[in-house]
Design a protein around this ligand. Structure first.
Ligand code: ZN
Ligand code: ZN
Length: 372
């Protein structure tokens, strides 16, 4: 069953390309871009009609190096693989051929990848033509205090000028005002794991995550602190074994660890499927990493919420909170803002003054006036 695409694929300023959308209507695009491998961003990618069309048009699918590895793993043997072009850290100049039948002139586009902090390999795309600068965030999570660290989004320590921003609004609703910082959540989760394992030598830990290729950060953190890897199944191992330099925290040897990546959403289920028979007899602490359940989270609240002695939810959002979205947009103050999957609604200036007045932004405004 096909999922709904998060984004309609269209960047108005750069006609004839498709971003995070490979559906029928985009078949003869001049270039495709994929920000990360999550199902709502790859609709249509695995179809023969796309493969046939790429063969004809010679268009490429541009993505990050890690996402390219993921595609090669998930779509093994697919005809589209040879059209996947990983882009590195350097800005790439792409020539989009003219299409007279569609009144499209040849167009040169500079593309820069910027880490999106959402999932493994996720990237934003900064597009520049001679006329416009466009930022497509893809799904992203950048904390307010971290924006200024993004060198490619700054010039002479000032935010770059962005004409159009296509921005992830997954958690724009007011009830998602804040989320815990992911490294704080990781620290608390690791403390709990440590306590549980110390209690009894037969104790084990099962970690449930709602998406693939998303939580490598927390697995690496666990490994760093506890020197303990997380068991993953054969299918996942086939992917990770090739990139152990990036994700050294996983293992396919059940005897090496008491932690496993769990396929059960609920603690009551047994672990025969996800771990071996022997380990299935352990007493498990079940950890559910999620963002959805954390509406109305207050920043001084604990990032975990216990359901029982053996089970808790941990706040781990891979999308910006409402505050983070509003701040990000206000920081760059683009002339045009398109939200996805929800419409971007500018907050009322009176009620949300803190987003409107940031020192960076006011200095940017001044500079702009000087330029004129
Ligand atoms: Zn995603
Ligand atoms: Zn399990």
């Amino acid at each position: 069953m096909a999922l709904m695409s998060s984004f309609d694929g269209i960047i108005e300023e750069i006609p004839g390309i498709a971003v995070d959308n490979f559906e029928h209507r985009h078949l003869d695009s001049r270039a495709f871009f994929l920000s990360h491998y999550h199902m709502d961003h790859v609709q249509g990618l695995d179809t023969t009609e796309l493969a046939d069309s790429l063969k004809k048009t010679k268009a490429f699918i541009y993505t990050s190096e890690i996402t390219a590895i993921i595609i090669n793993h998930v779509m093994k043997g697919s005809k589209i693989l040879k059209y996947v072009k990983p882009l590195g850290r350097e800005t790439t100049l792409i020539t989009l051929p003219g299409k007279p039948n569609k009144q499209l002139k040849r167009l040169f586009v500079e593309v820069t990848l910027i880490p999106a902090g959402h999932s493994f390999g996720s990237t934003m795309f900064l597009f520049k033509t001679t006329e416009k600068t466009v930022l497509y965030t893809g799904d992203f999570r950048i904390r307010i205090n971290d924006i200024s660290k993004y060198g490619k989004l700054h010039k002479n320590n000032e935010p770059i000028n962005i004409d159009a921003m296509y921005v992830d609004t997954t958690f724009l609703r007011e009830k998602y005002e804040d989320f815990a910082k992911r490294s704080d959540t990781a620290d608390t989760v690791i403390d709990e794991i440590e306590k549980w394992l110390k209690k009894d030598k037969n104790n084990g830990v099962s970690i449930y995550m709602y998406a693939n290729y998303t939580f490598e950060f927390i697995l690496n953190k666990i490994y760093q602190r506890l020197k303990m890897k997380v068991y993953i199944n054969d299918y996942k191992w086939e992917f990770y074994r090739n990139i152990l330099h990036l994700v050294p925290s996983v293992t396919n040897d059940p005897n090496e660890t008491k932690l496993h990546l769990c396929s059960n959403k609920y603690e009551s289920e047994n672990h025969y499927k996800c771990f071996t028979r022997f380990h299935a007899k352990r007493s498990y602490l079940h950890i559910h990493l999620t963002a959805q359940k954390w509406s109305d989270y207050k920043i001084d609240q604990s990032p975990i919420s216990r359901k029982s002695e053996k089970c808790f939810d941990a706040c781990f959002s891979t999308h910006c909170s409402r505050n983070e979205i509003l701040h990000f947009v206000a920081y760059f103050n683009p002339s045009k803002i398109i939200g996805f999957p929800n419409e971007y609604v500018q907050p009322d200036d009176n009620s949300d003054e803190e987003f409107v007045l940031t020192p960076k932004k006011s200095s940017k405004r001044k500079r702009r006036n000087d330029d004129i």
